[in-house]
Design a protein around this ligand. Structure first.
Ligand code: AMP
Length: 220
């Protein structure tokens, strides 16, 4: 079963995806990561994307769809997690036509429901390894790195994401409410939507995701 995660910023999509990749061999497709890779390349496109992301705005549907389509076309039969797309109704419709074209119909949409205050705390405490991408959180004991500022896994420097400031977070959250949340209704009508309370420890959320996948029974 392929998975689409829909959630406000800092809801824990990345952490859950890492666990699913490790335990079930999923391929993790994160549109945020695809954009950050483009930024790292320092290309003209990367510089444009950097400005948009730093302001907490959404990148155009054309740019992100192009990057995503490429990833989906290059899958070699692996099951995948889609993290960060669709972010609006137009993208949900585009995704449906890409899935039709690629004969993909085996998927569930999982909504991680999280209160704004907790999401903000998670965003502001988040630090990410500049080399291997591992994620930590300086505000939550279970997620702190052993040594401040250093990745447990590879020893590289940990950094805050440029868009994890209070001001940008608030803008991203509002964009989520205004533009992304209507997508939930879209999937509810297709009977593809599961809702999970994500205001709890990520291990608990993970267990609920596993139950959904094992039931194979898509409801709402
Ligand atoms: P994320 O890593 O999912 O939090 O995404 C980081 C940023 O990348 C977002 O705040 C947007 O600026 C941009 N982004 C990621 N996915 C999309 C998308 N599907 N459509 C438009 N912008 C996106």
């Amino acid at each position: 079963m392929n998975i689409i995660f829909i959630a406000p910023p800092a809801a824990g999509k990345g952490t859950l995806s890492d666990k699913l990749v490790t335990k079930y061999d999923y391929k993790h497709i994160s549109t945020g990561d695809l954009l950050r890779e483009e930024i790292k390349k320092q290309s003209a496109l990367g510089k444009r994307i950097d400005k948009i992301i730093s302001k907490g705005e959404l990148v155009s549907d054309e740019i992100i769809t192009e990057l995503l389509k490429n990833e989906l076309q290059n899958l070699k039969g692996e099951k995948f997690i889609l993290d960060g797309y669709p972010r609006n109704i137009a993208q949900a419709e585009i995704l449906k036509s890409i899935f039709d074209e690629l004969n993909i119909d085996n998927y569930v949409t999982i909504y991680l429901d999280l209160e704004e205050e907790l999401a903000m705390k998670r965003a502001l405490g988040r630090v990410i390894c500049s080399k291997c991408g591992a994620s930590y959180n300086t505000y939550f004991e279970n997620f702190m790195p052993k040594k401040t500022g250093i990745c447990d896994k590879c020893g590289s420097e940990l950094k805050h994401r440029a868009d994890d400031t209070e001001e940008t977070f608030k803008k991203r959250f509002q964009t989520y409410i205004d533009v992304t949340s209507p997508v939930l209704d879209y999937y509810k009508k297709l009977e593809k939507l599961y809702v999970i309370d994500a205001n709890v420890e990520s291990d608990e959320v993970f267990k609920v995701v596993e139950q959904i996948l094992q039931s194979g029974n898509v409801g709402n």
